[in-house]
Design a protein around this ligand. Structure first.
Ligand SMILES: *Cc1c(COP(=O)(O)O)cnc(C)c1O
Length: 378
């Protein structure tokens, strides 16, 4: 249906734009949202097994990650499909800093005897190696939510290989623009396409990307029989978002670098977590491993009340959960009870003019006038 064989010779940015388009005389440039639950015999069958719109999304995402992508209704459905494929009682080792939803799902599965969950500080490679004996899966997230911890994917995948343990990487914060975990030897990459890939805060979708067709087959089976197929409109919007993913990431991370630097100098800010800052513990590793530092950052103010106060004062930056949209959003992350520092604000830096973002944040923080922005009006 689409002409994607030739993509190997194309650069990343070109793939994002060109892969997954219909071909042939008179074909539309974009695969439309095909609103059908059932198809005439001879091609697609029943929409729960796969749809033309999701196929197009998968072709494009697979070309960006260097693997075979399988689309899911949400990021959590993608996480669940990967975990559900484990045999009963399997031991999963998860990095200490992972998305709270994924951790809650793992705990829930553990309580039901479905798996055994161990947690490891994956920045400590000696501890990581020791944790892998007898494990069935190592679950990583880098950079992590919300502390922006960067993990050494190359080294951890090597340890996984030595121990015969498949490594799964939640790469939602990085997107394929900034890193490709499969190239380091990961067995699967998980994405919440709700975030940067969709990019406009108007859809929910997820994906699992694996190295080849053989590995994709059981992932598709989980999707089909758990009924986690995304709708046609979602797949259409996610692919539309993906077309501009490289541009949006570049613009947003440029803004994030400026904002992180100014926050680090602000007297009301006690710490900043952003791998782009030279002093950040993940800086050196991220410089080697990633093609940029991304647009997520977190920072702390002195207390929970102070964090709420700051967030109540912003006007441009929307106080909301989720991330990865064109608009800047922020939230006090500890409200999810995930062990984040109490005064921690997670900021998803958007693609607005950076001085507007800073003026909003600086004013909300009660900035000493003019810090980093001489045009600050009040
Ligand atoms: C949001 C998120 C998920 C879950 O994705 P949904 O689309 O909300 O189901 C998983 N991992 C990370 C890192 C996320 O930020």
């Amino acid at each position: 249906m689409s002409n994607d064989e030739g993509y190997a010779g194309w650069s990343f940015d070109t793939r994002a734009v060109a892969v997954g388009r219909p071909t042939g005389a008179g074909a539309p440039l974009n695969t439309p949202p095909v609103f059908a639950s059932s198809f005439r015999e001879g091609g697609n069958d029943y929409a729960r097994f796969g749809t033309p719109t999701c196929d197009a999304f998968e072709a494009a995402l697979g070309a960006l990650e260097g693997g075979v992508a399988v689309g899911f209704a949400t990021g959590m459905a993608a996480c669940a499909a990967v975990l559900e494929d484990l045999p009963s009682g399997a031991r999963v080792v998860a990095a200490a800093n992972i998305y709270h939803g994924a951790r809650t799902l793992m705990r829930d599965m553990e309580e039901r005897g479905r798996l055994v969950l161990d947690t490891v500080d994956a920045t400590d490679l000696t501890a990581a190696r020791a944790s892998l004996a007898g494990a069935a899966m190592l679950w990583l997230e880098s950079p992590s939510n919300p502390l922006l911890q960067v993990l050494d994917l190359e080294a951890l995948c090597r340890l996984g290989k030595e121990a015969g343990v498949p490594v799964v990487v939640d790469s939602t914060f990085a997107t394929p623009v900034l890193q490709n975990p499969l190239a380091h030897g990961a067995a699967a990459v998980v994405h919440s396409a709700t975030k940067y890939i969709g990019g406009h805060s108007d859809l929910m979708m997820g994906a699992v990307v694996v190295p080849d067709e053989e590995a994709a087959e059981p992932v598709r089976r989980r999707r089909t029989f758990h009924g986690a197929m995304p709708g046609a409109m979602e797949a259409f919007l996610a692919l539309r978002g993906l077309r501009t993913l490289p541009l949006r990431i570049k613009a947003a991370q440029q803004n994030a670098m400026v904002i992180a630097g100014r926050l680090a100098e602000h007297p009301a800010v006690t710490s900043v977590f952003y791998p782009g800052l030279p002093g950040d513990p993940g800086h050196e590793l991220a410089s080697r491993q990633m093609r940029g530092f991304g647009a997520m950052l977190s920072f702390c103010v002195e207390s929970e009340d102070r964090a709420d106060e700051v967030l109540a004062r912003t006007r441009l930056i929307v106080m909301a959960t989720s991330l990865g949209g064109v608009e800047s959003t922020a939230e006090r992350r500890n409200r999810w009870n995930e062990g984040a520092p109490t005064g921690l604000i997670r900021l998803s830096v958007g693609i607005e003019a950076v001085e507007d973002i800073w003026r909003d944040l600086g004013t909300a923080l009660g900035q000493p006038r003019g810090l980093g922005d001489r045009s600050a009006p009040e």
